[in-house]
Design a protein around this ligand. Sequence first.
Ligand code: G3I
Length: 324
Amino acid sequence: NANLNQLAQAAGKLYFGSATDNSELSDSAYVAILSNYEEFGQITPGNTQKWEYTEPTEGNFTYTEGDVITDFAEANGQILRCHNLVWYNQLPSWVTSDTWTNATLTAVMEAHIQSEVTHYKGQCYAWDVVNEALDDNSPTGYRTDVFYETMGVWYIPFAFATAAAADPDAKLYYNDYNIEYAGNKATAAVELVELIQSYGAKIDGVGLQGHFIVGETPSASTLLAQIETYAALGVEVAYTEVDVRFTSLPPTTAGLAQQAVDYGSVTSACLSSDSCVGITVWDFDDAYSWIPSTFSGEGDACLYWANLTTKPAYDTVESLLASA
Ligand code: G3I
């Protein structure tokens, strides 16, 4: 196989990368691929920089597990996307269960962001500062989590300003799903970027997660139009968590061809815009995909099969990168 990161960089992108997780690093066949800079020039920790891991009890910051991934990336010369600082999910129970005031939760959020961003200062190309703050079904557009309910929308610009103060060189991203194509949620994401800017806080990027379904993935032109909508706000974009899942298994030959088309649409969209800096897959082989445990009976969403052979989608991504 040729090498996805090498080809992406030759095409003018910063990286082609993958998420990974601590438990996966004991799989030597997997690690042989993940650690190959020519294949994956960028790493995102899939779990262990999240709040439940990094501040399991108030004021007790532990970066041991996150450091395993960041050290791995550093050892291989790989760019890090750091993930994430403020998210409604994977919060320790002390954050979700306590009764906060605006003032006390603000202090907690500030301490968390300051500690974590300072710990990783200089190592993160980008931080996903706020993750999934929008809700597809909420009338306000915002997810009614503990942060929104206690602090109002102001928590979002506050999180960005706090992260910027702790590491002025990290790119600060808003990261979400279903904002990759035009619609109510993408419009809410545009307004969220404008909200942050209206507070005078810095936002550098919008992370397009890219969790897609075979046969339902938007076309390259639809994806590109939305990239340019964000770019018009003065921010860059990246595809941050790409996978394209089958909703019924096993896949047919025709299904695998469609999956290749769908991965190709994402790749082409990113290649077509100077504002798209790179593509990250939310792990590269089916053995470590989050899909089967969340969507029962679905999966086979990755570029590699669980046995570490590649799919037709891999060949399509590779040839699009090579011909860019
Ligand atoms: O670490 C514990 C382990 O000790 C325990 O025995 C086991 C039993 O269930 O759970 C383990 O924790 C799991 C953790 O992944 C690490 O494997 C959690 O249950 C599981 O819920 C968690 O899932 C993660 C998911 O976020 C949580 O929402 C996935 O690995 C991770 O890939 C996924 O990533 C998210 C992004 O952060 C944001 N965008 C969506 C994406 C997919 O859901």
